[in-house]
Write a protein that binds this ligand. Structure first.
Ligand code: FAD
Ligand code: DLZ
Ligand code: SF4
Length: 510
């Protein structure tokens, strides 16, 4: 008998470990285990989402005639680890081999590579082929290149999979419509309500379990409205294409007070746990363009996130682990402020983004990148702590996608493996792309003093503090020229304001 282990983020019927499953001969194991639920203190919604989606997936497998052993979190015999559950099953049944699709995190893959020896039976680790680009293909693409840039990879993927192509040429004559995609939201912009799935009896049971066992974890459990089945996830995709995709491009970078969802897809939850596959989302968006439902700037923008960024980021992770997790090029050493967990800060942009994260286990890309990420970079937060925070608080977070975004995209901790410069910005960026500053006690236009937006002086202080490592970067040299032109008194103001702010931050009163 072969044992097929299916992990919480592998909820696809197309999973490689299930390819040749024999309903009569094989057993499928799924387990809710303490180790996976607590290796970081995941947001309560993330645990509820995955446990409910796992239980629904197990039911569907059973309905298809498969023999499924599903171990619930509160089962008395639950050993608390994936290996413990596999070993228990191997001991209880005549298991001759274990088959599993490779996990999305290095720590677990490393562990699994030793399972065969520890169990005394073969453990076959299969490739996770739910991605558009395999790890081998990414490695081949990356090898010998002087720099790894998204744009080159993305074009290659578009060509290879004939996505938005007119023979050899990109549809619309250009690969990238970013210049159309940086609009600030007008005041009367109407944002559609997000997809809302009504919790069923299985979800209600899981919500009670999470409330009992994970009360110490970050985040609000209720209201819970995530899709937990493939059918619901497909409905969410459909709703996105019809109601949001059309404006996705225009407002991709926009942020609006109390509008957590904007025109983003909110599909990362489902893509990352297997309820949706990347190519089906891409083809749905492409069809919307051909049917005239959505314009090219939106469709191309959305497709670039999935075919480009998502695949690229995963490639970078597997190319660079395990050293990547230790990266700290800028030698950042500040502890994470307490308000990252409470949302209690005077800085309205951060308060908004963190409170929405707490409520929804979601923030959209620009909130993660240009508000929370930018702040983390400018004040020099320790990469390991920032990474653990991002991994804990978002319901779409797994290390393969979270880590490169944190290390490479926001903190420049990898020294520029794929980002050509740090994404550092002053308050002017946030003021341009949002209305957060209207409700802030700080002034986005004031440059110095207690009432000035902290981003304004922290930006220059960051550049000054990291001059030795950044001045030589051709994409930052212009900014250093402006710094050089500042008189000594202005530079001293920057230093004084930053020192005051950072001292307050360290005593947790930012
Ligand atoms: P949309 O804006 O609708 O984009 C469509 C899809 O594109 C997303 O669902 C996602 O699958 C993909 N995508 C877009 N940008 C990226 C990116 N930079 N990297 C990988 N995939 C991308 N995404 C995660 O899925 N999990 C994470 O843990 C995660 N952590 C992040 C941490 C930081 C610091 C930053 C800056 C970004 C992070 N992202 C992460 C990427 C991105 O912010 C989210 O994928 C996106 O906000 C999810 O919301 P959405 O589905 O509405 O995305
Ligand atoms: C994230 C997560 C959580 C919270 N719980 C479980 C679980 O109980 N059982 C399980 O199989 N998987 C869980 N997961 C997902 C795993 O952590 C994920 O498979 C690895 O991090 C690899 O991506
Ligand atoms: Fe954020 Fe500065 Fe604007 Fe306040 S003024 S919301 S701190 S960018």
């Amino acid at each position: 008998m072969r044992l097929r282990l299916v992990l919480g983020d592998q909820l696809s019927f197309a999973l490689s470990s299930l390819e040749d499953v024999q309903p009569g001969d094989d057993i499928i194991l799924m387990a809710e285990v303490r180790e996976e639920a607590t290796y970081v203190r995941h947001h309560k919604k993330k645990i509820a989402f995955l446990f409910s989606a796992m239980r629904h997936f197990a039911e569907e497998l059973t309905a298809q005639g498969h023999c499924v052993d599903y171990v619930r979190y509160d089962c008395a015999e639950n050993t608390g680890s994936l290996f413990g559950e596999v070993r228990r099953m191997v001991a209880a049944r005549a298991v001759t081999e274990v088959v599993v699709t490779k996990p999305g995190e290095y720590r677990l893959l490393h562990d699994m590579e030793d399972w065969g020896r520890r169990l005394g039976i073969p453990v076959e680790l299969r490739e996770d082929d739910r991605f558009i680009c395999s790890c081998d293909d990414f490695q081949a693409w990356a090898s010998g290149r002087k720099s790894l840039r998204l744009e080159h990879f993305y074009r290659e993927m578009r060509r290879r999979h004939m996505i938005l192509m007119d023979h050899e040429q990109p549809l619309g004559g250009q690969w990238n419509f970013d210049h159309d995609n940086r609009k600030r939201a007008p005041e009367d912009l109407e944002v559609p309500a997000p997809y809302f799935a009504k919790p069923d009896a299985i979800t209600e049971e899981v919500l009670a379990l999470v409330s009992e066992h994970f009360s110490e974890h970050f985040g609000d459990l209720q209201p819970f409205a995530l899709a937990v089945t493939r059918k619901e996830a497909l409905q969410a995709l459909d709703r996105f294409v019809v109601e949001r995709l059309g404006k996705f491009g225009d407002y991709q970078d926009a942020m609006v007070q109390d509008e957590a969802w904007m025109f983003h897809s909110h599909l990362s939850f489902y893509l990352n746990c297997g309820l949706l596959l990347p190519l089906e989302c891409v083809r749905a968006a492409e069809r919307a363009y051909f049917k005239g439902i959505a314009p090219l700037n939106s469709v191309e923008g959305f497709i670039r996130q999935i075919v480009g960024w998502r695949e690229f980021i995963r490639g970078i992770y597997w190319l660079s682990m395990p050293d990547y997790a230790e990266a700290n090029y800028l030698e950042a050493s500040r502890d994470l402020p307490e308000f990252y967990w409470s949302g209690e800060t005077e800085m309205n942009c951060l308060r908004q983004c963190i409170q929405e994260t707490k409520r929804n286990a979601y923030a959209h890309h620009i909130q993660r990148l240009m508000v929370i990420g930018n702040f983390s970079l400018l004040v020099g937060l320790m990469p390991k702590q920032v990474s653990e925070w991002y991994l804990s608080v978002y319901a779409d977070a797994y290390e393969w996608v979270e880590l490169p975004n944190v290390m490479g995209m926001i903190l420049f901790a990898d020294g520029g493996l794929f980002a050509s410069k740090p994404y550092a910005a002053s308050g002017a960026y946030i003021n341009r792309m949002s209305n957060y500053c209207d409700d802030c006690c700080y002034s986005p236009t004031a440059k110095s003093g207690e009432s000035a937006c902290p981003f304004n002086y922290l930006y220059w202080d960051f550049l000054a503090q990291n001059e030795g490592k950044l001045r030589g970067n051709p994409r930052v040299s212009m900014v250093y020229r402006s710094w050089d032109k500042m008189d000594a008194a202005r530079k001293e103001e920057v230093r004084r304001d930053s020192r005051r702010f950072l001292a307050q931050l360290d005593t947790k009163h930012a």
